[in-house]
Design a protein. Structure first.
Length: 306
């Protein structure tokens, strides 16, 4: 148990922040590195790449290959020509082509970046989503805080005085739903980054593309399965009901709720049925409902038999 908690801390406070930075850098630089090669009239400098070296597939600029290219830079104002190195925005397919530039800033070559605004917008959206995922992962590791005492609520007479349905329906909860969202997001980023350059003779890029599409397909398939086949138990004075089955209390010999929050139903005739696992809140609802409605032998592991 301690080993699992240590791994959880490493994942939450080391791997997740690093991965978040790399994914954010990938999104931003994908748009920021798009350069202008058509309209050169307003550019103050003309950049022409001559040779390129590849780095990656993981760098400080995110996931994907980054090219460091030697280039000649022509100043359109005074005609000066210098040779320098450009990183990120130049690629082998731009060798020999003219790229619009803005000049130098602290010795670094800057091109015209027409899509940098999109990179900032998507980076902001990604940051909000990633912050939500990070809180979901790390919240359980934060020190517990004292809960405020609830304020008294004044009773209000309900508008609908009809008799409520006494059937309690409980659906399973997936506490690792954030992990599925994380894999979906990671797969979407991989599809977004690698698809455009896949199947062009680069084995690593092609493999990353296939892996990204596979991750997206698996997560969507899992989501669809859960959407239509989510385990559910309905507890009523008449008996138990779940997907495709209904048993009255006379047909049930024993019901047991395990410590792993799995509901085990033993019919008088037939095979044992296992439903779950449920979350802590859902298991408590099942326990309370069984205490009210159960006419069969019921037990919850770790508690006294009822």
């Amino acid at each position: 148990m301690k080993a699992v908690r240590v791994l959880h801390r490493i994942f939450a406070f080391l791997i997740v922040p690093v991965l978040g930075y790399l994914l954010g850098a990938t999104i931003f630089n994908y748009f920021s590195d798009k350069v202008e090669t058509e309209n050169l009239s307003d550019a103050s400098h003309i950049i022409v790449a001559t040779s390129c070296d590849r780095h990656g597939p993981v760098t400080l600029r995110g996931f994907g290959w980054v090219y460091e290219c030697s280039a000649t830079v022509t100043n359109k104002v005074n005609g000066n020509v210098v040779t320098t190195t450009g990183r990120g925005f130049l690629r082998p397919d731009l060798i020999g082509k003219q790229v619009a530039g803005e000049g130098f800033n602290r010795g670094d070559l800057y091109p015209v970046r027409p899509y940098a605004g999109w990179g900032m917008v998507l980076l902001l959206l990604f940051g909000v989503l990633w912050f939500y995922v990070y809180i979901a992962i790390a919240w359980r590791l934060l020190p517990e805080r004292r809960k405020p005492r609830p304020r008294p609520v004044r009773y209000q007479r309900p508008d609908n005085m009809t008799k409520p349905d006494r059937t309690v329906r409980v659906f399973t909860q997936y506490p690792r739903g954030w992990l599925m969202f994380f894999f979906l997001l990671l797969g979407c980023i991989g599809v977004f980054v690698y698809t455009s350059s896949a199947f062009q003779g680069d084995t690593v890029t092609t493999g990353m593309t296939i892996a990204s599409w596979t991750a997206v397909a698996l997560v969507l398939t899992d989501f669809g399965f859960r959407l239509f086949r989510t385990p559910m138990i309905a507890i009523s004075p008449d008996g138990l009901q779940w997907h495709g089955a209904h048993l009255s209390w006379a047909e049930i010999q024993e019901v047991r709720l395990t410590r792993s929050q799995v509901l085990i139903i033993q019919p008088r005739n037939g095979n044992v049925v296992k439903i779950g696992s449920f979350g802590t809140t859902e298991a408590t609802r099942i326990h309370v409902a069984m205490g009210h409605f159960s006419q069969a032998t019921y037990a919850r592991e770790g508690t006294s038999r009822t």
